[in-house]
Design a protein around this ligand. Structure first.
Ligand code: WT7
Length: 635
C-alpha cells in the first residue's frame, strides 16, 4: 500500500516531503492504487499559474460515480452509504445501502436523460438536505452533466442570478423544506426565480412536505412517478480527467458571485485522500458532517470524499436547536457516530445553552472531532474538547475554501499534536507560504503575512465559470506565480499555521462567506439610501456579524430609522438571503474616504469593533470630519 493512510507523525513528515519533492510521482501512486480508471493518464500534471492553467491526470478516463458507488457493490453492497436523519426525530431515519444508492442514482440519471439532459449541460439543484440532493448530484455526475447546487437558504434573486450565470437547462427542487418548526416554500422561490430565467426548460419537483403547489404546465413535474418508471441501471458516461464535474458559487468582493468550476479526476483523488486521513476513517465507522451539501464542505465531505472511500455518511435535514439544543448529541448517540465535523458557530451556539444538553447523551463512540469554515476561538475549542470529545477525541481544525475543493491545512488526528485555534500543518501535497506587504515571501517561523499556495494540488478550481480573467485577477495576480487565498495567517515557532482572518472585502458570518459588495449593492437599491459600507464586527456566536454604515439622501433624512433598518434588511433578505442581514445599522452624514474616493473600511471596522480610539493618522482623508461624528454615534 502506498501512503494512503498516515498513522504517525514521522510518517506524516516523510510522506509530506515526498509529496513536495516529487508531486507527480506521489499523486500518481495514490491515483493508481485507490481508484477505478477506465483508462490511465498520459501525464500526471501540467500547470502554469500565469495563465492560469492546471491539469491533473490528463488523458485519463473515468466516472466519479463508479468510484463512489459501483466499485463498492461487490465488497460493500449491503453496507449503508447514507443515513438520512430527518428534521423531526419522530420520523424514522433511512439507511440507504450502496446497492440501493446505485439503483436510485441510476434511476435518477435515466430520468435526467429522458428529459434531454446531456453531458456538459448545467443542472441547478435547489434542494434541502434530503437523500434526493445527494442522489441527484450523483445522477448528474453519472451522465456527465455539470451540477450547480445552490444552498436552499438563498433567495429567489440570488438563485436566479446563479441559474442565469451558468445557463442551467433544468432545476431540481422540492415542494418545500422542513427547518426546525418551520416549513419553507422552496418551489415558490424557484417559481419567482424562473420569471427571470429563460434558459430553464424543465423543473423536477421532489415531494417532501406535501404542500399544495402550483405546477407550471410543460415545465414542472413531480419526479417520483418518473423515477418509479425509470430503468434501474444506467451506464456511466466516460469522462475525461479534466471534464467539468460541478460549479459552486462563492461570493467575492464585487457584486457577482463567482462560479468556481471543479473538474473530475483531481477533485476525486484529493477529496478521497483527505477524507481518509483527516478523519482517520475505518471501515465500520459512522461519519457525520453537519454542513449543508449546498457548500463545498458538503460536496467534498458528505458526498464525494466519504462515498469514494466506501464510508457511511450521515445527512441531517434539521437544525441543532430542534426540538431542543441536544439534537446533535442525540444523533451522535443514536447512530453511534465516530467522526463528527461541524462549524465553530454551531459549537458556540450550543455551548451557550449549557452542558446539560450534552451530558444527557452517550458520546463515547466519538473518535475524531472536526471544525471548518471560520477561525475557532480558544473558548469554543476547549468546550468542544472537554464536553463533546471528553479530551479523548482529537479536534481537527480544517482550513479550506470553495476554490480549493478539499482541506488544505489540518492536523491529522492521533498523528499531529493539536493546538487550540491552529489549523496546524499543511496537508500532504500542499505548499503554503506567507507573503509580506512588499510581495516578498516570509521565511522561517514566527512570521505573519498573507497566505498563498505555491504549487497546484489536485482539487484546485480550474476557472470561474464564464470569466477566466476574473479567476486570474482574483487569485493569481496579487503575487507572482502563487495562488492567493485572501486570508491572513501566522506561522508559529514550530511551523504551525493559524488563520487570522480575511484580508479582503469578504466577511465570514456564522461560517458563511459573504462579500460586502453584493450586500452594499442591495442596500443602495433602497430609494432613501445614498451610500453604504458594510464591515464585520466580533460576535459571540456568529464569529463576525455585519455592521452597516448608511448615509441617506436628503429626501430620506426625515424617515424613521427603525423602519428604515427593517426595510434595508428586507431588501437584503430578498436579494441575497437571511444570512446576509445586518445586526446593526448606523445612519451617518458621510463615510470616511481617501482622496481618490475609496471608502476607508479599516476605520469603519475599528469603530464597529469598539476600537475607535486607535485609528492612527486620519488627516489624509478627504473628509476627516465625519469620523468623530461616526464615533460619537456608534451602536
Ligand atoms: C473561507 C472560505 C471550506 C469550508 C467552508 C467555507 C474561512 C475556512 C477555516 C478555518 C479559519 C477558515 C477562510 C476561508 N475558513 N476554514 N479552519 N479557520 N478560517 O468555504 O465559503 O469558500 O470560505 O472560510 O476565511 O478563506 P468558503
Amino acid at each position: 500500500m502506498s501512503n494512503y493512510h498516515i498513522k504517525h507523525l514521522e510518517e506524516y513528515y516523510q510522506v509530506y516531503r515526498k509529496s513536495v519533492r516529487n508531486p507527480e510521482v506521489f499523486w500518481e501512486e495514490i491515483a493508481e492504487e485507490h481508484f477505478m480508471w477506465r483508462k490511465k493518464w498520459d501525464k500526471v500534471l501540467s500547470w502554469d499559474f500565469t495563465k492560469p492553467e492546471v491539469k491533473w491526470f490528463e488523458g485519463a478516463k473515468l466516472n466519479i460515480t463508479e468510484n463512489c458507488i459501483d466499485r463498492h457493490l461487490y465488497t460493500r453492497g449491503d453496507k449503508t452509504a447514507i443515513i438520512f436523519e430527518p428534521n423531526n426525530p419522530e420520523e424514522e431515519a433511512q439507511h440507504i445501502s450502496y446497492r440501493e444508492l446505485h439503483e436510485k442514482v441510476c434511476r435518477f440519471a435515466n430520468v435526467l436523460k429522458a428529459k434531454g439532459i446531456q453531458k456538459g449541460d448545467r443542472v441547478c439543484i435547489y434542494l434541502p438536505m434530503i437523500p434526493e440532493l445527494a442522489i441527484s448530484m450523483l445522477a448528474c455526475a453519472r451522465i456527465g452533466a455539470i451540477h450547480s447546487i445552490v444552498f436552499a437558504g438563498f433567495s429567489s434573486t440570488a438563485l436566479a442570478s446563479r441559474i442565469n450565470d451558468a445557463t442551467c437547462k433544468m432545476v431540481i427542487t422540492s415542494d418545500g423544506s422542513y427547518r426546525g418548526a418551520k416549513t419553507i416554500d422552496l418551489q415558490g422561490i424557484v417559481d419567482d426565480a424562473l420569471e427571470k430565467c429563460e434558459c430553464v426548460e424543465s423543473v423536477l419537483v421532489v415531494k417532501r412536505i406535501n404542500s399544495e403547489i402550483r405546477m407550471k404546465e410543460d415545465r414542472d413535474e413531480w419526479v417520483q412517478p418518473l423515477l418509479d418508471n425509470a430503468n434501474t441501471d444506467c451506464e456511466p458516461e466516460i469522462m475525461d480527467a479534466e471534464d467539468s464535474l460541478f460549479i459552486l458559487y462563492t461570493s467575492g468582493s464585487t457584486g457577482k458571485p463567482k462560479g468556481m468550476l471543479h473538474t473530475t479526476a483531481g477533485y476525486m483523488v484529493y477529496t478521497a485522500y483527505t477524507f481518509k486521513n483527516v478523519f482517520q476513517y475505518r471501515e465500520k465507522d459512522v461519519y457525520w458532517c453537519s454542513a449543508d451539501i449546498g457548500w463545498i464542505t458538503g460536496h467534498s465531505y458528505i458526498v464525494y470524499g466519504p462515498l469514494c472511500n466506501g464510508a457511511t455518511s450521515i445527512m441531517f435535514e434539521g437544525v441543532p436547536s430542534y426540538p431542543d439544543f441536544g439534537r446533535f448529541w442525540d444523533i451522535v448517540d443514536k447512530h453511534k457516530v465516530s467522526q463528527f465535523y461541524t462549524a465553530p458557530t454551531a459549537i458556540r451556539a450550543l455551548a451557550k445553552e449549557g452542558v446539560e444538553h450534552v451530558a444527557k447523551h452517550d458520546l463515547s463512540t466519538l473518535k475524531v472531532l472536526g471544525t471548518v469554515g471560520e477561525p475557532i476561538n480558544e473558548e469554543a475549542w476547549h468546550w468542544y474538547d472537554d464536553n463533546v470529545g471528553k479530551r479523548k477525541a482529537p479536534i481537527v481544525d480544517t482550513y479550506f475554501q470553495t476554490e480549493n475543493g478539499g482541506i488544505m491545512l489540518t492536523p491529522i488526528p492521533y498523528v499531529t499534536p493539536t493546538k487550540p485555534t491552529y489549523a496546524t500543518l499543511p496537508f500532504i501535497g500542499i505548499q503554503p507560504c506567507l507573503m509580506d506587504e512588499n510581495g516578498v515571501e516570509l521565511n522561517g517561523n514566527q512570521v505573519e503575512g498573507k497566505l498563498c499556495i505555491k504549487f497546484p494540488w489536485p482539487s484546485i478550481a480550474r476557472t470561474i465559470w464564464g470569466d477566466h480573467q476574473r479567476y486570474k485577477d482574483t487569485y493569481f495576480s496579487a503575487y507572482e506565480n502563487k495562488y492567493f487565498t485572501g486570508d491572513g495567517a501566522l506561522r508559529d515557532e514550530v511551523g504551525y499555521y493559524r488563520i487570522t482572518g480575511r484580508v479582503d472585502d469578504v466577511i465570514i458570518v456564522s461560517g458563511h462567506n459573504l462579500g460586502t459588495a453584493p450586500i452594499e449593492d442591495a442596500i443602495n437599491e433602497h430609494p432613501a439610501v445614498a451610500e453604504s459600507a458594510i464591515v464585520g464586527f466580533p460576535h459571540d456566536i456568529k464569529g463576525n456579524a455585519l455592521y452597516g454604515y448608511v448615509t441617506l439622501k436628503e429626501t430620506g433624512e426625515s424617515r424613521n430609522h427603525d423602519n428604515l433598518r427593517k426595510e434595508i434588511n428586507q431588501i437584503i433578505t430578498e436579494q441575497i438571503g437571511p444570512i446576509a442581514k445586518l445586526d446593526k445599522v448606523q445612519f451617518t452624514n458621510g463615510l470616511p474616504k481617501t482622496r481618490s474616493g475609496k471608502i476607508m473600511r479599516r476605520i469603519l471596522r475599528k469603530i464597529a469593533g469598539k476600537d475607535g480610539d486607535n485609528l492612527g493618522d486620519i488627516s489624509t482623508l478627504l473628509n476627516p470630519e465625519v469620523v468623530q461624528d461616526i464615533k460619537d454615534n456608534v451602536l
